[in-house]
Write a protein that binds this ligand. Structure first.
Ligand SMILES: Cc1ncc(COP(=O)(O)O)c(C=O)c1O
Length: 369
């Protein structure tokens, strides 16, 4: 028998083989451009650098890069605990909150369990469930792009293992109202893990969104909140996300399946420094929110109807297939993404950047549409 085979597909776990092909998000190099040569308005990052305090903290931390990092990120956990009043024993860290979502798949999902997720929303919820062999109940968002709480609760019969909600939701940008949030918290069965992804938490609060953590404290049943330093703290490149949970057991579950040193030394130092400079982060968030509102006004002036966004991006339906609009904008040096999937074939998502980015994307859209 030959040692070499034409394919190694047979070595994949069956649930992994069944996943769609891996297509990482595009960066400039995928479009044959140099880093920074295009307006990158596609990945819901911040266009602004992190606080100078972050640069100083990273420079100080790199001196000890020969040593593994704190496997529990104690200093960071304490700083987050001080701000959230969630004890350190109920805080877990991930290499970005994306990693935490994948870890949730390993720790909490399995064949025979069912997971309720919104759609369109952050795709890794579905990927994690598919890898674990869990069943998915996919619930369309409402007309404004918010998670449809009534429909999600209707999907809670029979009792699911987990319900995942996102507020603000990506890619639509809409918040859950206080009423909808309270209904979700009260209605999700007591044995179900209710996960609320608040990757855009700081923007959501700035836009007047409800205090999710406060509302969840009333839930005498398992819950988990996901947050990140990638968006509002300008740290996407360093990969720090965290989970706040109702019970020690939930954090213990995540800790059992994660890499021991999953958040590196520079990332821990950077996140701590970013937290120590709230005025910097806040000012950056406000500039982003101002661009969001300016972009929405510009889109409306073109006769478009952007979905109401409380995040660092705007989702809007255009008159053309989104993939055509995305390609046309890429030719003009602007990277955005299509939403895709019915009924979002014509919807695009634009991440906010600088005022010049806003002007450029509006001008380009006027030419293309
Ligand atoms: C809703 C949502 N959750 C989680 C993430 C993951 O963020 P990160 O892994 O950078 O923390 C994102 C990123 O875009 C997101 O939109």
């Amino acid at each position: 028998m030959s040692q070499n085979s034409d394919t190694a597909a047979g070595v994949l776990r069956r649930s992994v083989a069944a996943l769609p092909p891996h297509r990482g998000p595009q960066i400039e190099e995928d479009l044959n451009a140099k880093p920074g040569a295009l307006r990158r308005m596609s990945l819901n990052e911040s266009a602004e650098p992190p606080s100078p305090k972050v640069a100083a903290a990273v420079a100080a931390a790199v001196v000890n890069a020969n040593r593994y990092p704190d496997p529990r990120a104690r200093a960071l956990a304490e700083a987050i605990s001080d701000r959230t009043e969630v004890p350190v024993s109920r805080i877990a860290f991930g290499n970005g909150s994306h990693e935490l979502i994948m870890l949730m798949g390993t720790a909490f999902m399995e064949a025979g369990s069912r997971i309720v997720v919104p759609s369109p929303s952050f795709q890794p919820y579905q990927t994690a469930a598919r890898i674990a062999g869990a069943e998915l109940s996919i619930v369309p968002v409402d007309a404004e792009g918010a998670n449809d709480v009534d429909a999600m609760l209707a999907a809670c019969t029979p009792v699911p293992r987990m319900v995942i909600a996102a507020t603000p939701n990506n890619p639509t940008g809409a918040l859950l109202s206080q009423v909808a949030l309270d209904k979700l918290i009260a209605g999700v069965p007591k044995t179900t893990l209710l996960v609320i992804d608040e990757a855009y938490y700081e923007f959501g609060r700035l836009a007047g969104g409800p205090d999710v953590l406060k509302a969840l404290k009333a839930r005498k049943a398992p819950w988990l909140v996901l947050r990140t330093f990638s968006k509002a703290y300008n740290l996407a490149g360093l990969r720090v996300g965290y989970a706040l949970a109702s019970h020690d057991e939930i954090v213990e579950g995540i800790n059992r399946v994660r890499g021991v040193f999953n958040v590196n030394r520079l990332a821990q130092a950077a996140a701590l420094a970013a937290l120590s400079d709230e005025p910097y982060a806040r000012a950056s968030q406000k500039r982003t929110a101002a661009e969001r509102d300016r972009l929405a006004v510009g889109l409306k002036a073109m006769g478009l109807s952007p979905l109401p966004s409380a995040a660092n991006f705007v989702c809007v339906k255009t008159s053309k297939p989104a993939s055509d609009v995305v390609s046309a904008l890429a030719r003009k040096g602007i990277m955005i993404v299509p939403v895709g999937g019915p009924p979002y074939e014509n919807h695009i998502r634009i991440t906010l950047g600088t005022p010049e980015d806003t002007d450029a994307v509006l001008t380009a859209l006027k030419e293309v549409l």
